[in-house]
Structures are given as C-alpha cells and as structure tokens.
Design a protein around this ligand. Sequence first.
Ligand SMILES: Nc1ncnc2c1ncn2[C@@H]1O[C@H](COP(=O)(O)OP(=O)(O)OP(=O)(O)O)[C@@H](O)[C@H]1O
Length: 218
Amino acid sequence: MIHTLEADGIQLDFGLRRILSDVYLKCETGKITGLLGRNGQGKSCLMNIMLGTLNAGSNSVRFDGSVIHKAGKKPHLLLYLPQFNFIPKSFTIYTVLNDFQLSMDDFIYRFPDFKDRRHERVSNLSGGQWRTLEIYIIVKTPSLFAMLDEPFTHLNPIQIDNVKQFMLEEKANKGMLITDHMYNHLLEVSDTVYLLKDAKTHPIKTIFELDELGYVNL
Ligand SMILES: Nc1ncnc2c1ncn2[C@@H]1O[C@H](COP(=O)(O)OP(=O)(O)OP(=O)(O)O)[C@@H](O)[C@H]1O
C-alpha cells in the first residue's frame, strides 16, 4: 500500500515577513521527493511545520489524506535528519547503532569505511563520517517517511555516491523528502522535485525550469 504525506496551503510569517504562503508538496512511500530553494526561502521551516515543531496554523499537513498534527512525535511515521549533528560525540558507533536497534554488520556492508571502527567514539569521526552514520540511522530506522535536511553537506564525492546508492535502495521501504544545495545530486535521486521560491512551491520537471525560475544559471 502506498502512503502519502502532504503539506498543503501552508502560511508562515515572521513579523511582517512572509516566509511561506502558497505551499503544496506531496511525498509518497517508495519515492524520493526533492526540495530545492535558495538560502532563507523556508525549506527548513517547511520541514519543521511538517514535523509539528513549528506552528503554522492547523490542518496544513495530511497523512493518507487525513490531517495530522505533530507527525514528528510519531517516529514510526516520520523521522527527521536536522541540519545539525544529533548524535552525541561521546557515544561509540556500536552503541549508537545498538540504541537504534540497527545492525552493525549491515552498516559496515553499506559503508565499508567503518570496518574495524565499531568501538570508536563518534568524536573521532570526520564530519563526513559522522554525517554518514546519522543518514544511515534516519534512513534505516523503520518509519514510513524520513525528511533529510542537507544530507550531502560535509560528505566527500565518494561518500555522496555511496549515500545516494543507499537512498535509492532504501526508498523501497519508505518515502523520503530531501533538501540540499547540491542540486545535481538531489535531481539524480529524486522522483519528484519542487523549488521553493518567493514563498511558493513550484513543481519542477526539467533542469531548464530551474534556470527559468532563476535558481541555476545553465
Ligand atoms: N524563529 C524565527 N524567527 C524569525 N525568523 C526566522 C525564524 N526561523 C527562521 N527564520 C527566517 O525564515 C527564513 C527561512 O528560514 P529557513 O531556515 O527555513 O530557510 P532555508 O530555506 O532552510 O535556508 P538554508 O538553505 O540557508 O538552510 C530565513 O530568512 C530565516 O532567517
């Protein structure tokens, strides 16, 4: 069965400044939805509204067609990778994966760089390795949907390729919403793409539309 998570008719103002006014975005299980937008256009705010950690009026987020509040409090439904690191540095890789009931062997199989490092503390990892571990946790932990805010930031090109491959394999198990400034990578993995511009979402079919909307210079 395919499940849907939609953001619809969202309005968000900070003081006199309108951040979001005409937003529609749909995620489906089995698909990756990409959200592009220049700095400050409201991508993180939109994700926080979908999570329910930022209030933007009622009835703007729907799960399978029914209004849902505070989806982020239902981890079986929605998990979130924030822009900042969320794993405490003092934990070992093994402890972290164990806490999330995830298999160390599968993690090493997906990301062989971590072979022989299972008892190493997160504080010893590079920024890219730390991020890879966090992405693995959010994507692999069972849930219907996962939102990933800038997953490719801090990753080197090989790590990005590995993470993209991992996401493409794992999308069979959940719907993903990702936002990132590395638009080429985002376009490569996404089934559906939206550009957030001037407080509105614009569905994007080709890279040329991104050019027409002033997001890229081709
Ligand atoms: N609590 C707040 N109070 C006032 N303004 C805020 C608040 N939170 C966010 N903003 C503003 O809302 C706008 C949208 O922020 P948001 O972080 O969602 O942008 P973004 O598209 O994710 O940007 P980036 O790509 O740089 O991460 C920004 O101008 C930001 O400064």
